[in-house]
Every structure is written in C-alpha cells, then in structure tokens.
Ligand binder design. Structure first.
Ligand code: GLA
Length: 475
C-alpha cells in the first residue's frame, strides 16, 4: 500500500509549441492529485474517486484494453494508464486505486495530467520499478491520447512528472520525444485522426479530458487545496533530494552537446546561442533542463487568475489548431514549425489564418528561448514580464485561443502594475497568470475583481503559486 501525488502545472511560456516539436517552460503547482494504491490478490483493477463516492469501477487486468468503450469517461484516465502498462508488455496485477483531487479543474492547470501521472508513478513503484521517467511521460500521454481520447501534447505530463521545486523546466520537445520512438504529434494523428485535413476536428478529445478529470478529481474547495499544498510541501524535501544530483549534472552539462546532438540527427534546429539544455544519461532526460525560478528572493509573486470559464475544448478547437499548424508546416515543406527560425519565411504561406497560427508558434518558440536565457543567466525574473505579455497578444491575435475574460484579467493585472501577464494552457477559458511585486499582489487582485464585476463576469478565483515538486510518493 502507498500514496502517491502528482501536481498540476502552469506553463510560464511556450503555449501550443509542444505539438510543434518546440520549446516549453512549465512549473509544477503545489496542488496535487493523490492516488492511494493497494495491490489485490486477484486480477481486478478498481478505481474510485473521493469526488465520486460510491461509484467505483472495476475491470480485470486482461480486459483493460477492451473495456475502454464501456467504462465511464472519468475512469478512462486511471484505467488508461493501467492499459498502457499492459500495452507495453509490463505486467501489472490487481490493484485498488483511490483518487483524490485538489488541482482546480477546468482551470487550464492540467488536472487530468496530475491524475494520470499520480496513477503512473503508483503503478511504476508497485509493478515496474525500473521504468524511466521518460517512459512514464509517454505512458501518461498515451493514456490521455489513446484511452481517454484527448489529443494533448507532452507538456502537461512532462511537467507533472519532471518539475522540481524552485525551478522552471525547460523542455526541447523534439530532443525529449526522440526517446519515445514516435513524436506525440504523429502518434495522435495516426492513432486517432483527431483532425482531418480541412481542419475539421474530432470534438471527443478535449471534452473527455476535462469532463473526465472534473469527475475523477473534482473541483477542490479551499480546505482541500490547503491540505494538498501542505502535503506537497512536506514531501518536497525528499523529491528535491532525489533530484539534487541530477540538477548539478544538468546545470553543468546544459550547454554541452546541444548543437552536436542536433546535427547528428540532421534536423534544422533554431539557431540559438542559449542551447536547448540537452543533458546526458543519469540526469534529467535528454532535452530537459531545470532552470532556477526563484521568485521570493526577488520579492515577486506569480498569481493565477482562474476565470471560472471552464477550459474545455469540446468544440474541437484544440485539434483544429493542431491541424492548422500541420498545414502550415506542410506548406513550408518542413517537418514541423519548430524548423522555422525566421518569421519572414511565413510569407510563403498563402492562407492568412494559417500564416497567423504559424506566426504564433514561431514567435512563441523564440519567446521561450529568450525567457529561458534570462532566467538561466540570473536576470531578475521581473524582466520576463514584457515577454509574457507579448505571448498573450500572440495567443489572442494570432492563435485566437483567448477569451474576453482572459483578456480582461490580463489587462486589469497590467493596469494595476503587474510586470507581465498572459493566459495559460490550451485557452478557450481557464486561467491567466500575472507576475507581480509581492507588495502589489492585493492591489492587482482587487483590480481584476473590479474589472470582472464591471464586465459581468463571475468573480475570478486567485491564488499565488510557486514552483513545486513533480510527482512523488507520499507514504
Ligand atoms: C493543453 C495540452 C498541452 C499543450 C497546451 C497548450 O494543455 O494538453 O499539451 O498543447 O494545451 O500549450
């Protein structure tokens, strides 16, 4: 028996770049989903959720794959993870999985990845202790893509599993996903065909993700959140220790080998003096780099403003954006938009909408590299503010995934003195972040509330977050 926890995430920068083989820079939140797991003598996998009392689901291990279409949506997240273990030839036995969620749901903070990753590390520790973190990321991603039917990239699962306290996690997704043997973009397209070539999208995925996660993990109340944060804090020390050596090596090696690795694979890499932080075996996975993100010592706070508009891509807009990005890459004859370094190249795309989508991705990749370099070289984190705000404009105007409430949150935060602000996650609702001076946090929150009230939006939920631990065992 044991208890495991995995966090939600906020992406500091790098939105809609993961499925374009680009760059992302998330932090883990203090709020987690917990999974209490106990092996059984028989071969049943049972899942229950504190947020759905009395509605547990049970499936025999050999039936996991076939059960996909007959189990309730919410249970597809944990069962999908178990099915992925089986699909990879990993033996698992019967097990009771009891879930409890404290990551705000539908807020664009990746409660679904927190759920799958909590189950993934529980099953790893109980049945397959040699599995690498990289494989776990792929298992959690595949559970969402293939079993729950949500066409996500790897951002959320990577953050939930690999983030460390006090750091932002820089990921060069192309380098990182080479280890999977298949890119997430290809895997999703081939297995599901979520979006057809005209950009018509399969709506199933996102609806399933967030409704399912809502059901499984539940929207936590204030007490629940406080408790979850507390438990996460208690165990961060152990997690930090577990990764301490890795950090040292990662930092030391972060620049070495980046270019040669890129050359060896023959891909056109974005020209970057920063280097993608490629590190070797025995430390963080290839393509990942832990970059210190120490807000308190600079007197800063990162506020999350949850608009309360459910982040739900039920209408298939997320899948449509993916298809538009693929169309842009095809028009430019590149493998992915990651391969476009110069925005001027985008003039070769005839369709203006496709061109704008691509411009977001290309400029967003550059923004990730810029922020990563600033943080890596010890700049005051407030200096990243204008880049965050530019990212919001790009998501709003070029990628068109923002909403009036998100725009209002960002504008009000900036008016009240935030150094930078932007929407986070997939968009179409969910949350914004604002980087603020600790002394201005209350004023910023007040201004956002006033502006929401005046605009007729329901009151937002606001809370400060700090870079917290990735998935870990609690007990
Ligand atoms: C969602 C997806 C991620 C990523 C973000 C946008 O959160 O699950 O994979 O694409 O949207 O950056």
């Amino acid at each position: 028996m044991g208890v495991w926890a995995a966090p939600g995430r906020v992406n500091i920068i790098g939105e809609h770049t993961d499925y374009n083989a680009g760059f992302v820079l998330p932090i883990a939140l203090p709020m987690t989903v917990t999974c209490r797991a106990e092996p059984r003598a028989d071969d049943l996998v049972t899942v229950s959720s504190r947020q759905r009392p009395g509605r547990s689901v049970r499936v025999a291990v050999p039936d996991l794959a076939a059960a996909r279409d007959s189990v309730p949506d919410w249970s597809r997240y944990p069962l999908g993870v178990a099915a992925q273990f089986r699909a990879r030839g990993l033996r698992i036995g019967g097990v009771d999985l009891d879930l409890d969620g404290a990551v705000p749901i539908g807020a664009g903070l990746s409660s679904s990845a927190a759920l799958t990753c909590a189950v993934a590390i529980a099953l790893r520790d109980l049945f397959a202790p040699d599995l690498t973190d990289l494989t776990l990321v792929d298992i959690a991603r595949a559970a969402e893509n293939d079993y729950a039917g949500a066409p996500t990239g790897v951002l959320d699962q990577s953050a939930a599993l690999l983030c460390t306290p006090g750091h932002a996690l820089f990921i060069d997704v192309r380098a990182f996903t080479r280890g999977f043997g298949d890119t997430p973009a290809h895997a999703t397209r081939e297995r599901h065909g979520h979006a057809d070539t005209d950009g018509r999208a399969d709506a199933r995925g996102r609806a399933a993700t967030h409704e399912g996660a809502d059901d499984a993990a539940g929207r936590a109340d204030a007490d629940g959140r406080a408790d979850a944060a507390g438990r996460a804090d208690t165990h961060q020390g152990a997690d930090a220790r577990r990764r301490a050596d890795a950090h040292g090596r990662a930092d030391a090696q972060s620049h070495a080998g980046a270019q040669s690795r890129a050359d060896a694979h023959g891909h056109a890499e974005l020209p970057t003096s920063t280097g993608p932080g490629v590190v070797g075996p025995g430390s963080d996975p290839v393509g990942c780099e832990q970059i210190p993100f120490d807000l308190p010592s600079f007197g800063l706070e990162l506020l999350v403003i949850d608009t309360g508009e459910p982040h739900r891509l039920a209408d298939g807009e997320y899948a449509r954006r993916r298809a538009e990005c693929e169309a842009a890459a095809a028009a430019l004859c590149v493998q992915s938009l990651r391969d476009v370094a110069d925005p001027a190249d985008l003039d070769r795309i005839d369709d203006p909408v496709t061109r704008r989508r691509a411009r977001h991705v290309v400029t967003e990749n550059a923004r990730v590299l810029e922020i990563a370099e600033k943080l890596r070289t010890g700049a005051n984190p407030r200096d990243i503010g204008p880049v965050l705000t530019a990212a919001h404009a790009s998501l709003r105007d070029d990628f068109e995934v923002s909403t009036p409430a998100l725009d209002t949150a960002v504008a009000a935060a900036l008016d009240a003195g935030a150094f930078g602000a932007r929407m986070v996650g997939g968009g179409f609702g969910g949350s914004a972040i604002a980087l603020v001076d600790r002394g201005r946090a209350d004023a910023v929150i007040e201004r956002v509330r006033e502006r929401f009230d005046r605009s007729g939006f329901r009151p937002p939920r606001t809370f400060a977050v700090r870079p917290s631990a990735g998935a870990h065992r609690l007990a």
